[in-house]
Design a protein around this ligand. Structure first.
Ligand code: NAP
Length: 242
């Protein structure tokens, strides 16, 4: 029995990644924060591959709540461990910094950056003991390039990129890899309201990406074929930035 946890697995990229992992034979734990109906849909899609799907509600930005949910899961799965972690949960609250309210700074940073810590820390030790693990962090073009109007989001994703590189060095000997995936514009709820027709003119591929295209990259980083890749940030943006 192999287990993978996808934070923010209810919708968008997280759903596509959950399905990809199911197709690779993983039982998938689908984390979500509020949208149970969508999480259940992902569970159904996961189970269509003949593996287990399990929904697990917790807010990644809340340390105690996250720890409790993970400990409960562990108690109910004695002898098992989560060998794949996809830190995918994220939000954006865009505004110019001069207008940015404190809660819009905090919520974005707490979900992406603190969320990385809150979820990864309790799952890391079992990976080290079992001498196999895969951690993939969903970052963004914004965290590499910086995007005006997204100082909070750029800062949080850049923070996760630094964490990815540092943690990769701490755990490489134990055959745990840690990588980041940096999408450009991907068609999900997160980009609702953006003018695709206008924005795609800046993208060499002349289109937004699909969540499944990101999931395929994550699938490779999780696979045994990627064993010697760690501490990397891999862009997936149709040529928009490299
Ligand atoms: P999305 O469609 O808006 O989905 C966001 C997911 O995150 C949902 O499953 C949501 O759960 C979950 N979530 C939000 N806050 C959470 C919290 N506090 N605790 C646990 N789960 C939480 O977003 P997406 O486009 O798939 O984005 C996924 C990741 O890719 C994010 O980290 C985002 O920053 C990154 N990304 C996206 C794009 C893009 O163009 N779409 C580009 C670059 C990077 P509920 O369903 O319960 O709300």
């Amino acid at each position: 029995m192999k287990y993978a946890l996808v934070t923010g697995g209810s919708r968008g990229i997280g759903r596509a990644v959950s399905i990809k992992l199911a197709s690779m034979g993983y039982n998938v734990i689908i984390n979500y924060v509020s949208n149970e109906a969508e999480a259940l849909k992902t569970k159904e899609l996961v189970e269509s591959y003949g593996v287990e799907g399990e929904i697990l509600k917790f807010d990644v930005s809340k340390r105690e709540e996250t720890l409790k949910a993970i400990e409960n899961w562990q108690e109910n799965h004695q002898g098992e461990y989560i060998e794949v972690l996809i830190n995918n949960a994220g939000i954006r609250k865009d505004n110019l910094l001069v207008w940015m309210e404190p809660e819009d700074w905090s919520s974005v940073v707490n979900i992406s950056l603190d969320g990385f810590y809150n979820v990864t820390r309790p799952l890391l030790q079992p990976m080290l003991i079992k001498k196999f693990g895969r951690i993939v962090n969903m970052v963004s073009l914004s965290g590499l390039k910086g995007i005006a109007g997204q100082v909070n989001y750029s800062a949080s994703k850049a923070g996760v990129i630094g964490a990815t590189k540092a943690l990769a060095q701490e755990v490489a000997r134990k055959k745990v890899t840690v990588n980041a995936v940096a999408p450009g514009f991907i068609k999900t709820d997160m980009v609702d309201g953006l003018n695709e027709a206008e924005l795609k003119k800046q993208i060499p591929a002349n289109r937004f990406g699909e969540a499944e295209e990101v999931a395929n990259l994550v699938g490779f980083l999780v696979s045994k074929e990627s064993s010697y890749i760690t501490g990397e940030v891999i862009n997936i943006n149709g040529g928009l930035y490299s």
